[in-house]
Design a binder for this molecule. Structure first.
Ligand code: PMV
Length: 355
């Protein structure tokens, strides 16, 4: 594809006053994105489940400026409170998407955002946040160009979100979303995420994700620094190859419905991601002792009772427990009796994937 396809072209003007709202969910990657190049393009293909409950809701309120200048004029509010600290990340995003949303400089606008999950929980809100904001901007474009096709809207929304935060492009639509060009995935692109186009066995269509909040503190190393550390990383090329190979393997697992192979691959992905962090220069560790306690408990339960359960990790200490709905009763008991003791403030967020 050509990125010029997404350049904004219309003589139709937006109204002088307007308000656009959208919501977008969080996602959890099964095959991880870690390492990028150029304008937020991924070094390997990734795939994620879209969550149902953890979401960001955003409203953009605009007023036409008397005179447009070469600046963005905006404020950001979280739960009604002004958040000057959020501005620089959003300003970077606005600059990156300027060619595709040139109308923004003609307005002064307020971004009002809220998350359905606690802000301090350690769950990244950048994916759902950038996805929701991109949806608002596309709603603006669509309001003056009602002829846009669903396909164009889906692709450009994800394309914009990617420029805010890579993984955000997997949060703008679809339940199982692939990002990154891959020869085994039809229609895949490094510019935007697509709905996984191949067969998914019913075993993987009704899943739970219980997020164990191990550590609510601020991460010591942000994901943008982590991505950067993949440049010149001694194992980078092997890692990108491993992830792309895992996409092909996962494709056959998703159609066969094999739980054991699914959990083996997903857990290996999570640990490989963290292994990259531990072997970066400078190295860092985002897992905490309780992350390892929980992982060992999961392996013990799986060994002793053959429960269908596995885990994955984001760029943080929290553990995402993944299990099919059929394991729910046993896993909920397991969380209460064996795992909650390792969670900060006994906090667990139960989410799900249904499609
Ligand atoms: O979207 P970013 O730049 O915050 O990167 C997130 C990367 C991981 O969450 C660690 C993995 C992934 O694929 O979501």
């Amino acid at each position: 594809m050509n990125t010029k396809d997404f350049t904004y072209k219309t003589s139709q003007l937006l109204p002088d006053l307007g308000s656009y709202t959208a919501e977008a969910p969080s996602n959890i990657a099964l095959v991880k994105y870690w390492g990028k190049y150029g304008e937020q393009l991924p070094k390997n293909t990734s795939i994620s489940y879209t969550l149902d409950n953890c979401k960001t809701k955003t409203e953009v309120v605009l007023k036409k400026r008397i005179e447009a200048d070469d600046q963005f004029h905006f404020e950001v509010y979280l739960d009604g409170d002004l958040k000057p600290a959020f501005k620089s990340k959003i300003e970077t995003f606005l600059k990156r998407i300027e060619t595709y949303t040139p109308f923004l400089k003609s307005f002064e606008f307020e971004i009002h955002t809220k998350n359905t999950f606690p802000h301090s929980s350690g769950i990244a809100s950048s994916a759902s946040g950038m996805a929701a904001l991109s949806k608002c901007f596309m709603a603006m474009e669509n309001s003056v160009k009602p002829e846009l096709t669903d396909e164009f809207l889906a692709q450009k929304t994800s394309f914009l979100a990617r420029l805010g935060s890579g993984s955000a492009c997997r949060s703008t639509g679809g339940k199982l979303v692939v990002w990154g060009k891959h020869e085994d995935i039809e229609g895949s692109s490094s510019f935007f995420g697509i709905d996984y186009p191949h067969e998914v066995h019913p075993n993987f269509r009704a899943f739970q994700d219980s997020i164990l909040l191990i550590d609510e503190g601020q991460k010591q190393v942000s994901s943008s620094i982590g991505h950067d550390l993949m440049h010149g990383h001694p194992f980078a090329e092997q890692r990108f190859q491993q992830a792309d190979d895992n996409i092909s393997k996962l494709k056959s697992i998703l159609s066969s419905g094999n739980f054991d192979e699914f959990f083996a691959l997903v857990e290996s992905e999570a640990l490989s991601l963290h292994a990259m962090m531990m072997t970066s220069s400078p190295y860092f560790i985002l897992m905490k002792p309780n992350t390892l306690e929980v992982i060992n408990k999961i392996w013990e339960l799986r060994r002793s009772e053959e429960v269908q359960i596995g885990f994955t990790l984001d760029a943080g200490a929290n553990v995402h427990l993944l299990y099919p709905n059929t394991s729910s009763a046993r896993v909920r008991k397991f969380i209460t009796e064996d795992l909650i003791q390792f969670c900060q403030g006994d906090k667990v967020i139960h989410d799900q994937i249904q499609f």
